[in-house]
Design a protein around this ligand. Structure first.
Ligand code: PMP
Length: 399
């Protein structure tokens, strides 16, 4: 018998399944709002100006393609910390934060999970209900028991902080809590500044381990405001983890650029955990990638390129916001009882629209518009050319 006969068949996650169904769909008008990719006003995945310029400079240098340090280069790591903590932040000089370049945001979560598995084997990991599909799988795979905390309030389209807080109060000390720093995926519902200010000391008092996932920095309010939760945790003095992704903010999805930052109590503990994380990287894939990280490093460390990147990132954010307002207003006008107004308050690339699974299926089968059956729509894939169609299709699907 085959070595592989015992492998249990398991479905791909719903996003990947829908992606395959979309590719197989032969209807010419098909429109994919199920994906997690930003497309511009013309429906294309953008090539950012600063990224293109950095790539030219990088290629012109024709540097040898040698191995990169396991943790990435120092300018890259410093730039990541500055993005997270803010220029001039106290923690930047305290030497208690270790940053390692990672294989996208997913790789940061994975190495962070491996580090935690060494320190807290068998601990519980709590993720938001709902959350990005891969969180649960990734922490389960690392050996944890994964549970969830209530997060979304379907009545308001916002986060349900009181319910979340009550659930966190009952978690055993030492549990790991995965938090979306901004632009919650899949709902678009973020905690308010007041709620974060309440949550940060609660985590500390309860002895919970925060693991912040920041995959959309710059897509919510702005680069600084989106990182505010990370900064609050840094100021609190507690130890925590952060997974950064540059896939969306640099439109560099396939280049796999991200970073894992681990904040320790003091420099000695930082050195210990950094060394452990480096060993785990060495045993997993040895060294990180060069190209994408070099590009991100050039953009973040060159004043003019950085300013241009921030400008273009701001334009992406504003374009999504414009679509949010148009979509929310026209849908609310037609269906005032469906809570569609939340779409314009929600942040980032996604929204929970409140579509039921049946409605999402109708949307796909009868109107060629793909949304997740949870009602998640990628607002970042809507543009002036397709918005009327999207609104009409949702209108018809919910009637
Ligand atoms: N976390 C969240 C919440 C995400 O939405 C994503 C990407 N969809 C990631 C992490 C992973 O990002 P990357 O593609 O850089 O691995």
């Amino acid at each position: 018998t085959s070595l592989f006969a015992g492998i249990q068949d398991a479905p791909l996650d719903p996003i990947m399944r829908l992606f395959e169904a979309f590719n197989a769909d032969t209807r010419p008008g098909k429109l994919n709002l199920a994906i997690g990719v930003y497309t511009d006003a013309d429906g294309k995945v953008p090539r950012l100006r600063a990224v293109q310029e950095a790539e030219k400079r990088w290629i012109d240098k024709a540097l040898p393609k040698t191995y990169r340090p396991i943790e990435g280069t120092k300018p890259f790591r410093d730039a990541v910390q500055e993005l997270l903590f803010g220029e001039g932040a106290k923690i930047l000089t305290e030497n208690r934060a270790a940053t390692l370049q990672s294989v996208g945001g997913t790789g940061a979560l994975k190495i962070g999970a491996d580090v935690l598995a060494k320190l807290k084997p068998g601990a519980t990991v709590a993720v938001s209900d709902p959350t990005w599909e891969n969180h649960r799988a990734l922490f389960t795979q690392a050996g944890f028991t994964v549970t969830d905390y209530p997060y979304f309030n379907a009545e308001t389209g916002g986060a349900d902080y009181p319910a979340m807080r009550a659930a966190l109060e009952t978690l055993p000390a030492g549990s790991i809590v995965v938090l979306h720093a901004c632009c919650h995926n899949p709902t678009g519902a973020d905690l308010t500044a007041e709620e974060w200010a309440d949550l940060v000391p609660l985590m500390q008092q309860r002895g919970l381990v925060p693991f912040l996932d920041i995959a959309y920095q710059g897509f919510g309010i702005d680069l600084d405001a989106d990182a505010e939760p990370v900064r609050l945790f840094a100021q609190s003095g507690q130890e925590f983890f952060v997974a950064s992704s540059f896939s969306k903010s640099f439109s560099l999805y396939g280049e796999r650029v991200g970073a894992l930052t681990i904040v320790a109590a003091d420099p000695a503990m930082r050195a210990k955990v950094e060394a452990l994380a480096k060993r785990l990287v060495r045993w997993s894939y040895s060294n990180p990638i060069t190209h994408g990280a070099a590009i991100v490093e050039i953009v973040l460390t060159d004043k003019a390129l950085r300013a241009d990147w921030e400008k273009e990132l701001g334009q992406m954010r504003e374009r999504i916001q414009e679509m949010r307002v148009r979509m929310a207003d026209s849908l609310h006008q037609r269906h005032p009882d469906r809570g569609f107004e939340a779409i314009k308050v929600q942040k980032g690339m996604f929204s929970y629209t409140g579509l039921t699974p049946d409605e999402a299926v109708r949307l796909r089968d009868q109107h060629e518009v793909y949304a997740l059956e949870t009602g998640r729509v990628c607002v970042a894939a809507i543009n002036t050319h397709n918005i009327d169609r999207v609104v009409d299709a949702i209108d018809a699907a919910v009637k």
